[in-house]
Design a protein around this ligand. Structure first.
Ligand code: URA
Ligand code: SF4
Length: 197
């Protein structure tokens, strides 16, 4: 049921011209994972590898994200759904412009509504500001649960920030440990994470 709606919406996105990012895309990146997942991860937008493959977080940042998820016992296909603020790659990986984010948010809002996850993890400043509040600072609010609509929201660093600045990894790991604890509280008390959380 959800699969069909997602397929239809991803077709619509692949033909979308609501903002100028459509001009340079190879493939749009709608999202991937389990549409019935209780955890949704939200990044910024496709990079080079994502634009070619049409899938989110498949480049260097994605490999790091998969390591973090594996340590939490959250397999990408089963436990999470991954999407981005903008579905088409900004040229030279520049930040998506406010009007591009606003145009594309209609799709993300629909995805969130349909998936209706218990937990949303925001990866980086763009996801935080775009979805929740432009005044919030990722360095200030990361690691703190935010309540937004009916969702428990954990803002954390973007994996590319961790690649640029590995000293942030420790904080990021603390944030993801909180996600595991919350997942046990809200979804499955018996959830096992290999890294002894
Ligand atoms: N960075 C993002 O924000 N999203 C992706 O899908 C890949 C890299
Ligand atoms: Fe449409 Fe979003 Fe792509 Fe812009 S980024 S063209 S709004 S799908």
């Amino acid at each position: 049921m959800l699969e069909k709606q997602f397929l239809e919406m991803s077709r619509e996105v692949s033909e979308c011209k609501l903002c100028e990012l459509h001009q340079n895309r190879t493939k749009s990146v709608f999202g991937m994972g389990n549409p019935y997942a209780e955890i949704m991860l939200i990044g910024e937008g496709p990079g080079h590898d994502e634009d070619i493959q049409g899938l989110p977080f498949v480049g260097k940042s994605g490999q790091l994200l998969d390591k973090i998820l594996a340590a939490c016992g959250f397999d990408r296909e089963e436990f999470v759904y991954i999407a981005n603020i903008v579905k088409c790659r900004p040229p030279q990986n520049r930040d998506p412009k406010p009007e591009e984010q606003d145009a594309c948010l209609v799709y993300l809002h629909k995805q969130i509504e349909l998936i209706s996850p218990s937990i949303i993890v925001l990866l980086g400043a763009t996801a935080l500001k775009s979805l929740i509040d432009p005044e919030l600072r990722i360095t200030k609010v990361r690691g703190e649960w935010l309540e937004w609509k009916q969702y428990q929201v954990m803002p954390s660093y973007h994996p590319s920030a961790l690649l640029r600045n590995p000293s942030l990894k420790k904080d990021s790991w603390e944030d993801f440990k909180k996600v595991v604890v919350k997942y046990r509280e809200l979804v499955d008390p018996a959830h096992k994470a290999p890294n002894d959380i």
